[in-house]
Design a protein around this ligand. Sequence first.
Ligand code: GDP
Ligand code: MN
Length: 382
Amino acid sequence: MKIHEYQAKEVLARYGVTVPRGRVASTPQEARAIAQELGGRVVVKAQVHAGGRGKAGGIRLAETPEQAEQHARDLIGSRLVTPQAPQGVPVHKVLVEEAISIAQEYYLGITLDRARQRDVVMVSAMGGMDIEQVAEEHPEAIVKVWVEPWQGLHPYQARQALYEAGIAREAVPTATKFLLALYKAYMASDASLAEINPFVLTQEGQCLAADAKMNIDDNALFRHPEFSDYKEESEEDPIEAEAHRRGIQYVRLGGDIGIIGNGAGLVMSTLDEVTRAGGKPANFLDIGGGAKADLVRNALEIVLMDPHVKGVLFNVFGGITRGDEVAKGIIEGIQSLHVKVPIVIRLAGTRAEEGLALLRGTDLIPAVTMQEAARKIVEVTR
Ligand code: GDP
Ligand code: MN
């Protein structure tokens, strides 16, 4: 799970990572009040899950609270267009922070190096810019140290990496404390990434996280109730968010043929077959094993929330999932949801016959194989 800059800074501050003073705002008025409170110049920063906000105009300097309010008005409700997100990412909130006097911009990052089965700490004096570009053009400018999991990051390792990377000598003691705190936050949060770019040395000699990016391991979220509010906000796609609230595995894919199946493997094969038949899947949706009628109706409702969906393909291979339960769910769903789009269904395995018997007399289009089902749904939605 990606979390926003302001959230990452909240988390990091708890572990002693120094961050600029500031708060998040959802309205221009709030932004103005925060700027007033902070006094002096502030930066107004769009909170989106996308890098390169600076270049995209998402980071703005304000001399007065009025200006902060104006920047917030321009940003909130707009879409930020970045090289990675050419379609634009909607901005709902801005972070209002005291502007800092930057003497040097560095880079700090911690992530999991899967090949080495260890966390890797990265330090570079070439901060502030795109780190992928630095890695490409000046790989020698990024110093890496790998952390033995049972030992943790030793202070001497942090110090050595900072010296080697060419961080100003007088800043190394404070930067070491900063890096150790960052590592502590990374470990305690079950993060898969903690990145500070730029890591700033101010003219007053202070070390500050001007920017912060953190990803949390989804599989560890159950032991972090403190991140439950972040989860809501991390889900930018409203249909995906609703599906997850209902406990349904759904991923939006952008096409126009809704897909529902049982088992991730079967659903992925279905996506392939639909694509091969010339169609474009609208989503991935796995109802899992042993799905009951209620879940099937729910799944159909989720898929139809996407206005682009022109037809739905059910591909169910019954093992513990019963064909008659699925058929009941589809019939209930079609009736209660007033479904108008065509539905193709391939039902096989446990109680498939009973299921197909229930579907007789309805408008559902049956298919015997997955390939036939894919061809049929592409045909009827063309
Ligand atoms: P990103 O473009 O999404 O990575 O956003 P950043 O938070 O890294 O901001 C981009 C750039 O804006 C940084 O590299 C800084 O040079 C500049 N910047 C960010 N915050 C401040 C600030 O408080 N004061 C000043 N002067 N510049 C800032
Ligand atoms: Mn940045």
